[in-house]
Design a protein around this ligand. Structure first.
Ligand code: NAP
Length: 345
């Protein structure tokens, strides 16, 4: 069960993203070297500046993860891989390929590049999602999902309806196909390295990646931004919203996936339970009383709103990886603080 040790080099794909930037920083702060993949030189230079006091960071350009051989060069000489790159949006989808091709071929592509050019890497952690676990069509809420569950709905729905399928199913299908391709590859090729997946629900937390305008915010942080920036009204509450987790817990999960011997071959839900829009508004009112354009709803009604919500059980990551979950109040506070600083409101 080989693991990486301090000083080893980790390839982080999608280092310019919300999650990828934190994953990179956690590896750096943990004493590892990081090679990040980005789509442009300017994104790479932004990260070099961001991480200048955190450790040894460099980048390579991989402009489209869906292309054959995209990672052939990037994987050379690394000790492990954290594959976070994958498109995440659920609206304005013009073709299912937009999401499925990069998710699926990005994953199979990097595994093929590893086998071809660096089969001695020790571990590969893939950022999957609860999207690869949830069965919103075939399982009735409230249901408690664990790592044993697989999404058996979305791929069929997308096969049947194509781009007319709900955007969430298209994204969920992309993540399901990507994660399945990882475990199928391991089963079929029996590589020397070991695989781990981190399966988070909606991720909140501070933004550190380059994001010049609110319109360019990643999907999950945008969900907090909209409440804070006065884009929602009383009518939008209570807005039961799925499960959530803080980005630092997700990034920490990626480091532990490569450093804990027993993590090999496992999926980990890194998630801290259900939330509603009401919870986000309650935190904003408490911690940012100067923000006036935030709906009030019925403060303190979390239990009532989420009583029939599905739960993605994150206890395995707590018990086996040792993750201590950040509270929703802290996570929403950090999210709002960072978007206010970035966008000056
Ligand atoms: P994000 O900020 O949009 O990051 C996505 C990253 O992937 C970016 O670096 C992006 O590059 C890169 N990317 C996307 N398509 C690409 C392509 N075709 N070629 C090259 N690079 C590509 O989103 P995120 O929220 O950080 O998501 C990161 C990972 O976490 C994804 O695997 C996502 O499925 C997973 N996840 C996210 C959440 C969440 O709530 N945020 C929850 C569960 C799982 P650019 O920066 O150049 O666009």
């Amino acid at each position: 069960m080989p693991v990486i040790s301090k000083g080893n080099l980790v390839l982080v794909t999608g280092a310019s993203g919300f999650v990828g930037s934190h994953v990179s920083q956690h590896f750096l702060k943990g004493g590892f070297k990081v090679r990040g993949t980005v789509r442009s030189e300017s994104k790479g230079e932004y990260l070099k500046k961001l991480f200048k006091n955190d450790g040894d960071f460099d980048y390579v350009i991989v402009d489209d993860i869906a292309k054959d051989g995209a990672f052939d060069e990037a994987v050379k000489g690394v000790d492990a891989v954290a594959h976070t790159a994958s498109p995440f949006y659920v609206t304005n989808i013009k073709s299912t390929d937009e999401l499925i091709q990069p998710a699926l071929h990005g994953t199979t592509g990097i595994l093929k590049s590893i086998q071809k050019n660096n089969p001695d890497v020790k571990r590969v952690v893939v950022t999957s999602s609860v999207s690869a676990i949830m069965c919103v069509a075939s399982k009735k809420a409230p249901y408690t999902y664990t790592e044993k569950d697989w999404n058996v709905d979305s791929v069929g729905i997308v096969e049947e309806k194509g781009v007319d399928a709900p955007g969430l199913h298209i994204y969920n299908a992309s993540k399901t196909l990507a994660e399945r391709s990882l475990w199928d590859f391991v089963e079929k090729n029996k590589p020397n390295w070991e695989a781990v997946t981190i399966n988070p629900p909606v991720i909140f937390g501070e933004i550190i990646h380059e994001c010049p305008t609110p319109e360019k915010l990643n999907t999950s942080v945008a969900r907090v931004y909209e409440w804070a920036a006065g884009k929602k009204t009383e009518k939008d509450l209570p807005a039961a919203g799925g499960n959530w987790v803080d980005v630092h817990n997700v990034a920490e999960g990626h480091v532990l996936a490569l450093t804990k011997p027993d993590a090999a071959g496992e999926r980990f839900i890194v998630g801290n339970g259900p939330f509603a829009g009401q919870d986000i508004c309650d935190v904003i009112h408490k911690r940012f009383p100067d923000l006036k354009d935030v709906p009030v709803g019925k403060p303190g009604t979390h239990d009532e709103i989420t009583k029939d919500a599905n739960v993605f059980d994150g206890s395995k990551a707590h018990k086996e990886l040792g993750i201590q979950y950040v509270s929703l109040e802290d996570s929403v506070y950090q999210t709002v603080k960072s978007v206010r600083e970035r966008f000056h409101f």
